[in-house]
Design a protein around this ligand. Sequence first.
Ligand code: HEC
Length: 134
Amino acid sequence: MAALHRSRLARAALGAVLPLVLGLTACGGEIDVEKADRSGAELFYERCSGCHSLKSANSYGSKAVGELEGGERTNGPDFNLKKESRDDVLFAVRNGGFSGAIMPANIVVGKEAEQVADFLDRYSGKEASQGSGQ
Ligand code: HEC
């Protein structure tokens, strides 16, 4: 009886967390990535889209195209244009960008940080001009 009760509790706890995680999927946003990259894209959308842009993650936080130079102080680089490697993302996430001045550090940590880094490694820089290399 006691064991049954405990597992019920565990399931109730899971039930409280899962909808939060799946909520984004359920509302069918416009995140447009391979299934394997979905968590990374969703994390990016949740935590980074306020300041960075990346179409495949439905994120438009960088300066809008045509907006005058400057924009909001917190606007970060546009990852449609800028290719970021996994290591650079992990570095930036740990340190709060490259300068440490504006971007908060550790918005994602551990496995989530790696998911975001893998996602950016694969999807960033798609609209960069060809031939820029790595
Ligand atoms: C509050 C706004 C803000 C949030 C939220 C934010 N960033 Fe940033 N980020 C910036 C700014 C501004 C810069 C540029 C200045 C700097 O590098 O310190 C930057 C720089 C970066 C860079 C370095 C880009 C380059 O090539 O110069 C990476 C990579 C990065 N951010 C990734 C992320 C990821 C991943 C997340 C989400 C986990 C995130 N950022 C969330 C504002 C933000």
